[in-house]
Design a protein around this ligand. Structure first.
Ligand SMILES: Nc1ncnc2c1ncn2[C@@H]1O[C@H](COP(=O)(O)OP(=O)(O)OP(=O)(O)O)[C@@H](O)[C@H]1O
Ligand SMILES: [Mg+2]
Length: 252
């Protein structure tokens, strides 16, 4: 099941550059939340702070608190545990190119020491089904490599790989921006399906996409969270003039 996320006074830096400024918000469990805003406003940095990826950059720093369910992720827990519970999918699909489809999906579990072959088969199938890829690859699981799939299939493979370790939160940073319209529609359908089991946070430049998939939307500008509200409110009657200017295309 998904869990809620509570962010309090989150600040992030790259060296001297103060990239996120006092971000506080509550992301509800089992909903999709979209993050929008112009390039460079801090959306990717924000989602990377939610699973402690930000700190893998040696010049990066974070203050504030992030709670995923009851877990205070910056206090007393290992980043490895965090990244299993909070999965992430990136803009460009990044399957392990020479590994088979099966091994791509099984990789996270094997890394965690999972050795039960029968259970592994079941989890791989279930993850590929959840990622809406099973029917397209079921006959080639061990013969075809990750790199031999189309871009849209590779992205769904990456989603399956992420789901295999059974996270509670799925972070998606522009997961469809490199995909054709049909593959994009598949990813959007998938987000709709997956919401019942996971909490989803999706960064997107596509406002129609935010409106289609997300109950709530946050608008970022220059490292600030300007407005966070129901998606319909953000797109029809935003409270802040800057949100209105952005969604009507006056800047950004
Ligand atoms: N690795 C890095 N080192 C230094 N500065 C960085 C790094 N990554 C991002 N930044 C800076 O942090 C700020 C926010 O970047 P971020 O990638 O979070 O923006 P974004 O909203 O995701 O943009 P986009 O829509 O283009 O993906 C930018 O000013 C960027 O230059
Ligand atoms: Mg980004």
């Amino acid at each position: 099941m998904g869990v809620g996320i509570e962010v309090k006074e989150l600040n992030a830096w790259y060296g001297e550059t103060h990239t996120l400024r006092s971000i506080s918000l509550k992301i509800p469990a089992n909903h999709a939340t979209a993050l929008i805003g112009p390039s460079g406003c801090g959306k990717s940095t924000f989602v990377r702070c939610l699973n402690r990826m930000h700190e893998t950059n040696p010049i990066a720093r974070v203050t504030g608190s992030v709670k995923i369910g009851d877990l205070d992720i910056y206090h007393g827990v290992s980043p490895v545990v965090i990244r299993r519970r909070i999965g992430m999918v990136f803009q460009l699909p990044n399957p392990f190119p020479t590994m088979s489809i099966f091994d791509n999906v099984a990789s996270g579990l094997r890394l965690n020491g999972f050795r039960n072959k029968k259970a592994l088969d079941e989890i791989v199938e279930r993850s590929l089904r959840r990622a809406a890829l099973w029917d397209e690859v079921k006959d080639d699981l061990r013969r075809k490599s990750g790199a031999s799939l189309s871009g849209g299939q590779q992205q769904r493979l990456c989603i399956a790989r992420t789901l295999a370790v059974d996270p509670e939160v799925l972070l998606m940073d522009e997961p469809a921006s490199a995909l054709d319209p049909i593959s994009t529609a598949k990813i959007e359908d998938l987000i709709f399906e997956l919401k019942s089991e996971y909490t989803i946070v999706i960064v997107t430049h596509n406002m129609q996409q935010a409106a289609r998939v997300a109950e709530n939307t946050g608008f970022f500008l220059n490292g600030h969270l300007v407005e966070f509200d129901a998606t319909t409110k953000i797109f029809t009657n935003p409270s802040d003039k800057r949100t209105e200017d952005y969604i009507t295309g006056r800047f950004g």
